[in-house]
Design a protein around this ligand. Structure first.
Ligand SMILES: [Zn+2]
Length: 363
């Protein structure tokens, strides 16, 4: 529901985005790797090939189907094959319930298995977008080689996964995922972020950032993004609903950034610092203020965890939402509708924003 006042805010904001779109052109000096085909404007890169972004439909922009080797090793009977069959069966029910596209934000350093993703996408009929990038958690523990990486070296690697393919397969990444774990980014995370921006500007592929929203961490990334000339319309700060601070949210969306609201289910956990209701209320307030165009809904589910036999489920899988990949449609959206969010604004968040965001922004 958008009041007249809010509509003016919305129109002003849309105009600002229009300006940003003309200012932020692809960088002239950054070339695509020679001999490769970069993505085309308006197309999203799925694991089954380029797809017109208009066809993405209702899209979950931040999920994890499986960090393959980890889950597959834990499946006691039937190994990879059985695990894959279970994932396909589960994904077919998700598709039947109205989810059209899933974005998997599992980069190589947390066990991305691109052939697994391709197979479950093809067999379930759900287009999926795979990511390049860095989560940057492992180097905290075994930081031997990673700190020596340069911005250029990482950008080259990210660019190769977008323009040529992942792990020698020709299956291309359609989004860049970057992890910034704490309040202030580490040197290594800054290197990764700058590399992500340079890759994004050269290829038109968007960036999603894992952020520690409780400490308003995205505020500490804006200067770096600005310094690199990043178009805010192609950046989403994910896990934002771990904060309940509307002032923090408004500061970011007014600059043109997007917020990934993908931990809403964690508000249902017994020891939750921020309730499900409060998280939903923040989303409703953002919509009411005219910023539906800057909000993404997802649930950061690790589908593989939910498929494991009880005796090998670990901590991470216990964070899964009660309805798995359907938590957003079954629980969150009805709650938002109750709070006065219109069907049109739900469509903006679930269909229009992903269409604009994942459609590559250059020819
Ligand atoms: Zn995630």
């Amino acid at each position: 529901m958008v009041s007249m006042t809010n509509r003016r805010v919305f129109i002003a904001q849309s105009a600002a985005i229009g300006v940003a779109a003309t200012v932020f052109r692809p960088v002239a000096g950054v070339a695509r790797p020679a001999g490769t085909n970069g993505p085309s404007a308006g197309m999203a890169q799925t694991v089954l090939g380029a797809m017109d972004a208009d066809r993405l439909g209702c899209t979950l922009p931040h999920e994890h189907i499986a960090d393959g080797p980890y889950f597959q090793d834990k499946w006691p009977n039937g190994g990879r094959r059985e695990f894959t069959n279970q994932a396909v069966a589960q994904l077919k029910t998700v598709r039947a319930a109205g989810i059209d596209t899933i974005v998997d934000l599992t980069p190589y350093d947390v066990g991305r298995d691109i052939r697994f993703l391709e197979e479950v996408s093809r067999r379930s009929g759900i287009p999926m977008i795979a990511c390049t990038g860095q989560r940057f958690f492992p180097p905290q523990y075994a930081g031997v080689t990673m700190p020596s990486r340069t911005i250029e070296g990482l950008a080259e690697f990210f660019g190769k996964e977008i323009s040529q393919g992942i792990d020698g397969t020709g299956i291309r990444a359609g989004v860049i995922k970057i992890g910034v774990v704490g309040k202030e980014p580490t040197e290594l995370e800054i290197t990764g972020l700058r590399a992500a921006v340079r890759t994004s500007r050269a290829t038109g592929v968007p960036i999603r950032i894992h952020t520690h929203a409780v400490d308003r961490a995205a505020d500490n990334l804006v200067a770096i993004l600005d310094d690199e000339g990043m178009n805010p319309a192609k950046v989403s700060f994910d896990h934002s609903d771990d904060s309940g601070d509307l002032d923090y949210f408004l500061g970011l969306v007014r600059r043109g950034y997007s917020l990934g609201m993908d931990h809403v289910h964690r508000g249902l956990m017994p020891n939750a610092k921020l309730s499900f209701e409060r998280r939903a209320e923040c989303i409703a307030r953002l919509v009411e203020t005219g910023f539906a165009g800057n909000v993404f809904l997802s649930q950061d589910e690790e589908l593989g965890g939910s498929l494991l036999p009880e005796d090998v489920k670990d901590f991470r899988s216990r964070l899964d939402p009660p309805d798995g990949l359907l938590f957003t449609t079954r629980k969150l959206i009805p709650r938002l509708r109750q709070a006065g969010v219109s069907g049109q604004d739900i469509r903006v968040m679930t269909v229009e924003n992903p269409r604009r965001f994942f459609g590559v922004s250059q020819a």
